[in-house]
Design a binder for this molecule. Structure first.
Ligand code: ADP
Ligand code: MG
Length: 613
């Protein structure tokens, strides 16, 4: 083996984190210094002021609920005022506080700690485990995130890596990583689905896999759907029953809440293998002033658990249906169905998946380890020349700019393959407007204020003219990690402004609505009639580009199956694109552009990888 610097792949989970590396051409999990493969993503400060991370932090949670932070991933990169955070806070035993910019802080060690700092504590522990494994410091790492994470959440995760002293080579999507690990060392051709139900998030992705290319076709899910919700259903059931019987609300007591949580999860896990679990919480309530203590003792059957959580399982399937539709794939077209995440051990979840996908899920992938293994494979591919993997990820949410009237003009629709770039022309929206404000939004709503404001900037010095006369060119770029940069250029003067979008503090919907109203004089106007013309030009250019690359790809792949496949696909896409040009419908044009962009990315990847040897 060469003496190159070690690289690691990290699955930074809501509940558990896993680290892996490739050694001797095989991906393998690195055990932590206690010998376990999973490290709980839990951080605590003990009563004596010692900082604890992992299993040791999890174990003392009951007696130290206020200084034990878990499930931080559900909060990272989010706004304090968002409904999901408000909802989540109800059952968190630690103190969540609102930062200056509606960001989230956690009270720990008597300080207000940011979420990236919390995650960095987990990452630092994992790094130390990897350092111990290699016998030297490891800095280069890939960290995975749920496919559905938005820009803010990705940025915050990257920040966490940086704080922990890691050089984060890339952020990749968990399902993509899982597919990589699944496809490692075997020949897989066709479409596969990855169903990942973890502690806090649910992801469903459809990928096309073949000859070392992993092409994400569509992805979706819910960043607030996971094992914690199943636990909460049990907690609610217990609390409700207890209140009915004794007239006491156990949720008011943080210590009781933490004990309930631990017992609920334990029962849930047991019910994956046995039919009935016993929940036993002696002395769960001691009346103030010292009356008789109350105990909680209950049996929970698998049927009851299934009933309590039925809608959660249904929600997973609803997401699956939406993503398959978006991918234009039927369940029967799938080659394989892969289950990822600890929650996929629950029989009810497996049953629902089997019923919907009409097949048995793939055996032979380890649901806890597969994401970290895939991250390690990709990290290895990035630093070594021989590894043959090409990842084509997609952007999980649409991106656009705010336009006059409080609407959004989408420039990059969701599920577009990244890296990607697009340019569109806009006009001033008012007579005499010399300034435009570019407000970058992420989300699916047509109404600006219902999206997330990723960032904003101002382009000044426009010529004073009638509304619509001055043209502004807006360009969006998304790099392969899903990080966004946006530029605007005054076509007349050539003057430009740009930003790389960084995790903004975030604004509430109401605040955003107010800003939209206040800023209405400075917004852009979309060029209606020109849109189709622009798209046509864009498509024509891509057609030229792809056509020109075909001979080069044929040359470097030297008639290999891989090359023949890639070219055949490209030819088919080109035919589709030409039909779209003739038809001229906007959606057909956009679809064709997207398809050919995917081809272009594939070709560029091939040429870069093989062509430069
Ligand atoms: P994450 O990736 O979000 O950290 P994991 O994939 O590690 O999450 O899954 C953790 C979740 O899986 C927890 O909610 C845990 O309770 C649940 N879990 C683990 N094992 C089982 C099991 N055997 N049956 C049911 N749920 C389980
Ligand atoms: Mg996970």
């Amino acid at each position: 083996m060469s003496e190159r610097e070690p690289v690691i792949g990290i699955d930074l989970g809501t509940t558990n984190s896993v680290v892996a590396t490739v050694q001797g051409n095989q991906p393998a999990v690195i055990r932590n210094r206690s010998g376990a493969t999973l490290t709980p993503s839990v951080v605590a400060v003990s009563k004596t002021g010692k900082r604890l991370v992992g299993q040791i932090a999890k174990r003392q949670a009951i007696t130290n609920p206020e200084e034990t932070v878990y499930a931080a991933k559900r909060l990272i990169g989010r706004k304090f005022s968002s409904q999901q955070v408000q909802e989540a806070m109800k059952v968190l035993s630690y103190q969540v506080i609102c930062g200056e910019h509606d960001d989230i802080r956690i009270r720990l060690e008597g300080r207000e700690v940011s979420l990236p700092e919390i995650s960095a504590m987990v990452l630092r522990e994992i790094k130390a485990d990897a350092d111990a494994f290699f016998g030297k410091p490891v800095t280069k790492a890939i960290i995975t995130v749920p496919a559905y994470f938005n820009d803010g959440q990705r940025q915050a995760t990257k920040d966490a890596g940086r704080i922990a002293g890691l050089d984060v080579l890339r952020i990749i999507n968990e399902p993509t990583a899982a597919a990589l690990a699944y496809g490692f060392g075997k020949t897989v051709n066709g479409k596969i689905a990855i169903f990942d139900l973890g502690g806090g998030t649910f992801d469903i992705s459809v990928l096309e896999v073949g000859n070392g290319v992993f092409d994400v076709i569509a992805t979706g899910g819910d960043t607030f759907l996971g094992g914690e919700d199943f636990d909460n259903r049990i907690i609610e059931w217990l609390v409700f029953g207890f209140a009915k019987e004794h007239g006491v609300d156990l949720r008011k007591d943080r210590m009781a809440l933490q004990r309930l949580k631990t017992e609920a999860e334990k029962a849930k896990i047991e019910l994956s293998t046995i039919k009935e679990a016993q929940i036993n919480l002696p002395f769960i309530y001691t009346p103030p002033g010292g009356g008789t203590a109350l105990h909680l003792q209950k049996a929970l059957s698998r049927e009851k658990l299934d009933e309590l959580c039925a809608d959660l399982v249904d929600r997973c399937i609803t997401h699956c249906d939406a993503v398959l539709k978006e991918a234009k794939v039927k369940a029967s077209d799938l080659k394989e169905m892969i289950l990822v995440g600890g929650m996929t051990r629950m029989p009810k979840v497996v049953d629902a998946v089997k019923a919907y996908f009409k097949r048995d899920p793939c055996k032979g992938v380890h649901p806890d380890e597969v994401v970290a293994l895939g991250a390690a494979v990709q990290a290895n591919a990035l630093v070594s020349e021989e590894a043959q993997v090409l990842l084509l990820d997609v952007t999980p949410q649409s991106l656009g700019v705010a336009i006059a009237g409080g609407y959004v003009r989408k420039l990059i629709p969701r599920n577009t393959t990244v890296p990607t770039s697009t340019t569109e022309l806009f006009n001033t929206s008012k007579d005499g407007q010399t300034t435009v404000k570019i407000m970058v939004l992420q989300g699916e709503s047509e109404l600006a204020h219902q999206n997330e404001l990723l960032g904003e900037f101002i382009l000044t010095g426009l010529r004073e003219a009638k509304r619509g006369e001055v043209e502004i060119e807006v360009t969006f770029d998304i790099n392969s990690e899903g990080i966004v940069s946006v530029g605007a250029r005054d076509k007349e003067t050539g003057q430009r402004q740009s930003i790389t979008v960084t995790a903004s503090g975030g604004l509430t919907e109401d605040e955003l609505k107010k800003i939209m109203e206040e800023q209405s004089d400075y917004l852009l106007e979309a060029k209606a009639g020109e849109e189709s013309r622009n798209k046509k030009t864009e498509l024509e250019n891509i057609i030229k580009e792809v056509t020109a690359l075909i001979p080069q790809v044929q040359q470097v792949t030297e008639g290999s199956e891989f090359g023949v496949d890639a070219v055949a696909k490209a030819v088919k896409s080109l035919e589709g694109a030409k039909r779209a040009l003739e038809g001229g419908s906007l959606t057909a044009l956009s679809d064709a552009i997207d398809t050919l962009n995917r081809t272009l990315n594939l070709f560029r990847g091939v040429l870069q990888r093989i062509g430069t040897r």
